[in-house]
Design a binder for this molecule. Structure first.
Ligand SMILES: [Zn+2]
Ligand SMILES: [Zn+2]
Length: 346
């Protein structure tokens, strides 16, 4: 634990981040430029996430999304419009009819490795001893696959303890968007609609954006309430709520570091540290599609000493995972969860 915190803060101290003081008033909150936050802005909306997930299973039409998710019409219309504006979907005419289909764009398909990284986390920590809902079959090598988040330079897997970071060209702070981050964590249960899914289980715990931001500060070595509060400009009651939830779900453990008055710090558990893979997979997606070529963070892999991009690779054949190469074996009856696309087997 200590090692992780030290590693993750080692280089950042050499290049101090611009202070937010100038633009920071009570009404203008700022937040750290962060590709993970940009990614989570999109997938932490439970409906948007569920729609993208169904698209990975081959769902393409309005009615098929509705059937799979039981989502209200107006909500589905709204989310499909937003996801199309974001260029995650594109609309295409279906045959000769007026009906539109929604196809994932290259940017949309590129979210797949992040979903897979979240799924692996959910399989490892949140399946409560039951079999994983989905087994991945990598058609490239023909094996059941448990993909790893790996270093693009050496191909070895990357965990929280063997990477460090420094500021990239896009580092700095930006004004926090108004009206964001206020959602209650109880919304998390919506992630569990539709088919059983380890990704949903992972997002139920950390999909609320504040929760993930608190975990991010853990990766940056921030352990104490005041430090996290200061870094995130979060309302104290929301921070308390999120920390309590994250301790209850096993992502952090609380350790007393002072008595009278009693004070506690929050340490990432092994489970919390294992969120590093999904974290950097989402970081890579945000860097690639939302940072205009100016990534806020540069990652270095300590084992090989090189800067790297996270790559979600098949642990058997070491090839990067892409949606088109995957088949699925389901541990549940797909008929109860809407139509399944052409990529499923069994
Ligand atoms: Zn490496
Ligand atoms: Zn493979």
């Amino acid at each position: 634990m200590r090692v992780a915190a030290k590693i993750l803060t080692a280089k950042s101290s050499a290049s101090p981040r611009p202070k937010a003081a100038a633009g920071r008033t009570k009404t203008a909150r700022t937040e750290r430029n962060c590709s993970v936050a940009r990614t989570l802005d999109i997938v932490s909306d439970a409906w948007a996430f569920l729609i993208i997930r169904e698209a990975f299973f081959g769902t393409q039409t309005f009615e098929a999304f509705r059937a799979a998710l039981g989502i209200p019409r107006a909500t589905l219309t709204d989310r499909l419009r937003k996801l199309t504006q974001l260029a995650i979907f594109r609309q295409v005419a279906s045959g000769s009819s007026q009906r539109k289909e929604y196809r994932l764009t290259k940017m949309g398909f590129d979210l797949y490795p992040s979903f897979i990284a979240l799924m692996q986390f959910g399989d490892r920590w949140l399946s409560k001893g039951e079999p994983a809902p989905l087994t991945l079959i990598h058609t490239t090598c023909g094996c059941d696959s448990h993909p790893d988040v790996t270093c693009s330079h050496c191909g070895e897997s990357v965990g929280a303890r063997d990477a460090e970071y420094r500021d990239g060209p896009g580092a700095g702070r930006c004004l926090a968007k108004e009206g964001r981050n206020t959602r209650r964590a109880s919304d998390g249960s919506r992630f569990l609609l539709g088919r059983p899914s380890s990704v949903s289980r992972a997002l139920e715990i950390i999909g609320d954006k504040w929760s993930f931001m608190v975990v991010r500060e853990g990766f940056f070595g921030k352990r104490r309430y005041d430090k996290i509060l200061n870094e995130l400009a979060i309302a104290p009651n929301i921070l308390t709520d999120r920390l309590n939830r994250l301790v209850a779900s096993g992502v952090f453990r609380r350790r007393q570091y002072q008595s009278s008055p009693d004070r506690y710090e929050y340490l990432l558990t092994d489970m919390g540290l294992d969120l590093y893979g999904p974290f950097i997979a989402m970081l890579r997606w945000g860097d690639r599609w939302l940072s205009k070529g100016r990534p806020p963070l540069i990652l270095t892999h300590l084992k090989c000493g090189h800067d790297f991009e996270p790559s979600v690779n098949c642990e058997r054949c070491k090839k990067p995972i892409i949606a088109a190469d995957m088949r699925y074996r389901l541990a549940y009856d797909p008929k109860s969860f809407g139509a399944l696309g052409p990529r499923s087997v069994d």
